[in-house]
Structure formats: C-alpha cells, structure tokens
Design a protein around this ligand. Structure first.
Ligand code: SF4
Ligand code: SF4
Length: 283
C-alpha cells in the first residue's frame, strides 16, 4: 500500500470523525485491479476503502458541485483537479470555504486498457496541486513540454485538409455529451444542446450538427478550460477534443494574453469581456 494511500485514509477518517467535513471525495477500488471509481465517503469507518494508485483516472473537481449544500466537503486534488476547483470558484460555482482540499502530487495515471500513461497526463505540466489546505506526499518535478505540438500541426494544414480532418473527427461523435458531463467548467444549469425549441442545436447526429456542437462547446469553455483533459478521456469515441481546446487557448493567449486558466481563483474571461481596445481585424 502506498504511503499516500495510508495517509489519505488516516486524514479522511480524522476529518470526518472531527466533523470538519461531512464527506471526502476521492477514489475507491473498481471491479478490476487496474480500475478505480470515484468515492464519496461520509463515515470515518469507510475511509479504509479510499485508494490512491496509478489508475485514479477520474478528476474529482466536478463532483464537488454535486455535493454542494451538504456542508464542507474534502476533495482530493492533484494539479488537474485543483485547477478545476480554482476555475469553479472564479466562475462563482463554488466557494473556497465550501471545500477542504487534500493535495496529492501526481506522477501520471495509466490507461487501464493499454497500461500506458494517459494522454492527458503525458500532456500535463501541472502535476502538483496549485491550491490545497494540506499536502499528502512529496512534491514532484514538473515536466517541460510543448502542449501546442499537435495544434501547430493542425495550423500547418491547408483549409481543405483541415476541413477533411474535422469531418473525419466529428463523423465519429455520437452526441453522448460525456465530454460536457465531466467538464469542471461546463456548469450551465440549462445547456444549449438540451433545448427543444426550434433554433437551438438540432437533435440529429450527423457531421454538420456534431461539428456545431463541438465548436459551440469550445467557444463556451475555451477561455476557462483548465486543460484537465477529462473530456477527451471520457469520450467513448476517442475524439481528439484537446486539439480544438488548445487551439482556442493558444489563440486567446495570442490575442488577449489570456494565460492558463485555473492557476489561481482570480482568472479572466476574454470571451465574456468586452473592451473598446479589443482586436477587431475582421471588422
Ligand atoms: S464525449 Fe465524444 S462522442 Fe460524446 S458528445 Fe462528446 S465528443 Fe461526442
Ligand atoms: S474542456 Fe475538457 S480539458 Fe477543458 S476543462 Fe473541460 S474537461 Fe477539462
């Protein structure tokens, strides 16, 4: 058993039995050895079922919204989870005092099917939590990487190649909306894709409608995306969703110096803010 897992169980039991929190959100064992599932622990005696291993693939941040109103909740956060929490605070979805953050440095999680490091972890440069109330384990070295590698290849394509590429991507989308459900910044109570009145998103699944969904979603989350990669991991059709997210992030940084979302709880909203000095070359 890892030191982190032992300490996590101890701390979860202490936090629950002292009444400091009403619930601890983390992970528990799944059906198979190489699988875990999100855990919502409310009794100190159940803290022993918490696990922390290389298959804790689910990000925890979005779950804290489901549990709002219960009382203070402890949430296990790595770099990706903590950025999601920060951004939810910026977006007025969560209050900092509603969560107790148990920080856990991360060395990357594995895909249970291939045993290889998850793509979202290979592309992650924030392996240590960016915010926490207590830290379990030693900080890890963060890799230096060019997360816009794939975006640069996309930009090098001509228009016809890009159109063909996106057609081939979006013809696979089955509009299950798993990408929306797991996203910590997809927090609208009423989503445009669920509207029934004419004039909103059509219900048919075809390349044009699917592209409309994908592009609209990127415009909704692009300036707040914390690059947790959870949408791409959850997609059952393996759509390369981070490519479009990162294209948006790269362009927003170029145009508005938007930076990286979720590194603190302040944040900016370049797509939701108007300034008379905004670049308007297209007008
Ligand atoms: S998770 Fe994948 S298949 Fe499902 S709606 Fe999102 S992009 Fe489409
Ligand atoms: S769009 Fe994807 S990568 Fe960005 S915050 Fe949402 S789930 Fe995470």
């Amino acid at each position: 058993m890892s030191d982190i897992q032992t300490t996590l169980r101890t701390r979860a039991a202490e936090l629950l039995s002292s009444g400091e929190v009403v619930e601890v959100i983390g992970w528990t064992a799944g059906r198979f050895d190489n699988q875990t599932t999100p855990a919502f622990i409310t009794k100190a005696e159940d803290a022993e079922s918490l696990v922390f291993n290389e298959y804790c693939v689910n990000t925890t941040s979005k779950f804290s919204l489901m549990e709002r109103g219960l009382g203070k909740v402890a949430v296990c956060v790595r770099g990706c989870d903590s950025r999601g929490i920060n951004r939810m605070i910026t977006d007025n979805q969560l209050k900092r005092e509603e969560v107790h953050l148990i920080g856990i440095p991360c060395t990357g999680m594995k895909d249970r099917k291939t045993g290889e490091e998850l793509l979202k972890c290979r592309e992650c440069s924030y392996r240590n939590p960016v915010v926490y109330d207590e830290l379990i384990g030693e900080s890890v070295t963060e890799p230096e990487l060019n997360r816009f590698d794939a975006v640069e290849k996309l930009e090098a394509m001509d228009q016809a190649e890009r159109a063909a590429f996106f057609d081939s991507v979006y013809e696979r989308c089955i509009r299950c909306y798993a990408c929306r459900e797991v996203c910590p910044v997809c927090t609208c109570k009423s989503c445009f894709v669920d509207q029934l009145a004419a004039g909103w998103q059509g219900k048919r699944s075809n390349v044009a409608e699917n592209k409309f969904y994908g592009l609209t979603r990127v415009f909704h989350v692009g300036d707040r995306c914390v690059e947790c990669g959870e949408c791409q991991r959850a997609c059952p059709m393996d759509l390369p969703l981070m490519l479009l997210n990162r294209k948006m992030i790269k362009d927003l940084d170029l145009l508005f110096e938007a930076g990286e979302a979720g590194l603190d709880a302040e944040g900016t909203n370049p797509l939701g803010t108007y300034d008379v000095n905004d670049v308007e070359e297209f007008m």
